[in-house]
Design a protein around this ligand. Structure first.
Ligand code: HEC
Length: 178
């Protein structure tokens, strides 16, 4: 009797483990819908969604840096004495083509003081039809803990970057034929 109990319970353990493995397996259980399939234009033009995208979904630290710019290159006011600028694949392609920045381009810039202390992270995200008068850029500023300090059609950002409107509001390098 005892032997049977052992066999039955062992069999149940095997079956349950199998069922669990089946259910939890990403390709067999409920199909995992890719984030890209749900939201065509990634992410939404909102500080929180953009933060999720650049820190969790596609961590910007794994992106390429702005071509020709290394880590902590010297910057100007107001951003910081030292800057490190990352670009997503779309932005990188656009910079290389130099015909303006394509939609879904994201540029993430870390702003450090002269003592290499991170002060803020500023982001430009090109969103189709978001703000045609402002080059369709969504602007965001985060503190080092990624709290949102500013987001959207931020007047200060647009005003200053507007001085390089012909270069698609970009200072760091030539990105248009103009
Ligand atoms: C007073 C002018 C000024 C203001 C205001 C300003 N920027 Fe900039 N920004 C610059 C300059 C100049 C650069 C080039 C890098 C450098 O030398 O600091 C730059 C570079 C950038 C870049 C890298 C891409 C590029 O354009 O070269 C991003 C991203 C950026 N700024 C985001 C922002 C955001 C977001 C805001 C608003 C919260 C903002 N900036 C406000 C002057 C400004």
């Amino acid at each position: 009797m005892k032997k049977w109990l052992t066999i039955v319970s062992a069999a149940m353990v095997v079956i349950l483990a199998g069922l669990a493995a089946y259910a939890l397996h990403p390709e067999k259980g409920i199909p995992a819908i890719p984030y890209e399939a749900i939201i065509k234009h990634l992410p939404f033009a909102a500080g929180g969604d953009l933060r999720y995208h650049i820190t969790v979904h596609k961590p910007y630290k794994e992106w390429d840096k702005w071509p020709g710019k290394g880590e902590m290159y010297p910057g100007k006011e107001p951003h910081g004495a030292l800057l490190t600028t990352y670009v997503n694949k779309t932005a990188l392609d656009s910079i290389k083509k130099a015909k303006g920045m394509a939609e879904d381009s994201i540029i993430v810039k870390e702003n450090y003081d002269s003592g290499k202390k991170l002060n803020a992270v500023t982001v430009m995200y090109k969103v189709k039809n978001y703000n045609p008068e402002g080059g369709d850029w969504f602007w965001a500023k985060y503190d080092p803990q990624f709290n949102i300090l500013g987001e959207g059609k931020v007047e200060g950002c647009i005003k200053c970057h507007g001085s390089v409107k012909d270069n698609d509001y970009i200072f760091t390098g030539k990105v248009t034929g103009k």
